[in-house]
Design a protein around this ligand. Sequence first.
Ligand SMILES: Nc1ncnc2c1ncn2[C@@H]1O[C@H](COP(=O)(O)OP(=O)(O)OP(=O)(O)O)[C@@H](O)[C@H]1O
Length: 307
Amino acid sequence: MSDWVIDVQGLHKHFGDKHVVNDLSLQVGRGEIYGFLGPNGSGKTTSIRLMCGLLTPDAGSGRCLGFDIRSQAAGIKRNVGYMTQKFSYWDDLSIRENLDFVARMYQMPNRIEVVDRALESLGLQSRAKQLTGSLSGGWKQRLALAACMLHQPKLLLLDEPTAGVDPTARRDFWEELHRLAAQGISVLVSTHYMDEAERCHQLAYIAYGRLLTKGRASEIIAEQNLQTWQIAGQGLTGLSDQLRAQAAIAQTVVFGEMLHVSGHDAARVEACFAALGINHVTPIATSLEDVFIYLMQRAQDNFGGER
Ligand SMILES: Nc1ncnc2c1ncn2[C@@H]1O[C@H](COP(=O)(O)OP(=O)(O)OP(=O)(O)O)[C@@H](O)[C@H]1O
């Protein structure tokens, strides 16, 4: 048996004539936090569902927690913790009742004890009787995480777990994920947040159903071989358009009062700056966000019309 917690090859899934997942191969190791990124509708949720046996692939094969994703889906479902994109607990049940419901679903013999332990680790014992609907977004996400950990899964599949949650609550949530990873639990997590992507051990970027790149953040950045400069100031949109029209400029992105300009050939990019009389330019490290914007743009150019 392979050491991978997730090991899938060549997965394909169509919905009607839409090719939603196109040749996905992915491996996730023990204790690894694996980030799954990509624009809306790129196939992240569908991929997660294929990997945990909730959907059957049209083609491809693989294992999750050692179970075959096609023939042993029930085993996977019993052994993973899956946090769906939408909060899926009952607002009009108390916190304890929601946790107890999940413990019943997993037919846990020692329900009261398990729920008590979860409440304690959440620091919510004193609020156990509070209606779940009255919790803040951040607390709801922590409750959802605790609920999908009740049966002590070795793998968590988290679909945009922190969407719409404030930065402090997101930070707390990620600290918890790292604590779990340090205990050997693997996490596959989809996100749109760059700071979260940077906190993952491994990343995969998917667009139009295809995996465009995977690896550590530093490897993904290095692989694109982009050099980046920053221009500070006002009225950067006009300058951005002007620069983007130059063949040597691969990409320009405005971040508030900063413009990031990227290209593959430093001498040619600097020649553009000189020709346009731009002299307040600082070379900076290319960020993960620069690279993802670049990959997305190229994906649109390459196969944007296919789906
Ligand atoms: N059950 C379904 N039937 C038909 N089409 C579907 C179904 N589920 C997803 N799709 C379509 O498949 C595509 C990929 O959807 P998916 O939810 O996997 O993307 P995603 O990357 O998770 O998006 P987001 O970031 O918005 O959550 C979308 O075009 C979506 O409308």
